[in-house]
Design a protein around this ligand. Sequence first.
Ligand SMILES: C[S@@+](CC[C@H](N)C(=O)[O-])C[C@H]1O[C@@H](n2cnc3c(N)ncnc32)[C@H](O)[C@@H]1O
Length: 332
Amino acid sequence: MSVTHRKDGMRVASFFSGIGGFDLGFERAGFEVVFQCEIDKFCTRILKRHWAKVPRSSDIRKLAHDEIPEAEVWVGGFPCQDVSLARMGPRAGLKGKRSGLFHEFAELIGRRCPEIVVIENVPGLLSSHGGRDFEIVIRTLAKLGYGVGWRVFNSKNFGVAQSRQRVYIVGSYRNRRRAGEILFEPECGEGDFEKGGTDGEKSVSPFKRSLGDPVKGPIVQSLAYCLYACSARHTGTDWSRTYVSYPDGRVRRLMPGECEAIQGFPKDWTVPADAEENADVLDSLRYTALGNAVTVPVVGWLAKRIAQVLLRQKLADSIKAGSSRTAVVAVS
Ligand SMILES: C[S@@+](CC[C@H](N)C(=O)[O-])C[C@H]1O[C@@H](n2cnc3c(N)ncnc32)[C@H](O)[C@@H]1O
């Protein structure tokens, strides 16, 4: 399906923008990025490189609602550290300094009431404080007037070689049905559908399937484990579950460019225009930013569905208004 349209009515404001995963996915679906908010200096350099002219602010805690340009869609994956299961230990949840930034975001949403809100986070949000944190997110949006739906998507079902589960929450202002229409496709539709299977003796873990030549090498697993934010010097075990091996026994982790690929970003997306740091430092910054990012094709899929819903609404409004002018949309 291809959707073409004029950009008015198709504007997106991005919060906790990181390296612009949401922004790129929405842009690919025909939206115009009109605002970004990101505190991290390295991420801001990447955003500047790709969206030089887009107005940008740094700290969401200091952002006034009237500084944000008009946009139909607001998107943001607030920091996940306090709800993530990767923390191994008590989770501060939405009371934490970082994940608590959700409340700042909600405050701004309440002041401006964009038509659609999309929030992304780790699946740990569903279980943090026995589910009470997730309830707070949903209730907060509902109280602000949003019909809310959510769904867990796995990146591996969107054409990238990474198993990465993330929960996506969609809110639609004063509309109870639309969030569901956006998130859930009919049985035969495109998107995040997994074929049912059994765990019989003959089934092979998708993580055990590898590509490459065992004699000449290198060998790489056909599906990577979920990327985490970590540094170039990181010696933990998470990256070592997804390594590239050579016939002489050497192994290495995925390189930043390979991480870009399994997150759906174009090659060298995370190389700043003004890269002056040494290779180790630069790699660390790239690994961290990529581990925090959304997978672009997942967001692109959602963005396309949001575009369709908004265009249908626009068409219905113009028919209702009895406008003789044809709406400037074409959906094929
Ligand atoms: C989970 S990451 C989002 C990544 C993003 N969705 C992407 O695709 O790259 C959360 C982001 O929130 C940013 N952040 C943390 N505190 C912030 C604040 N006070 N104001 C604005 N951004 C903040 C972090 O620097 C980080 O980039």
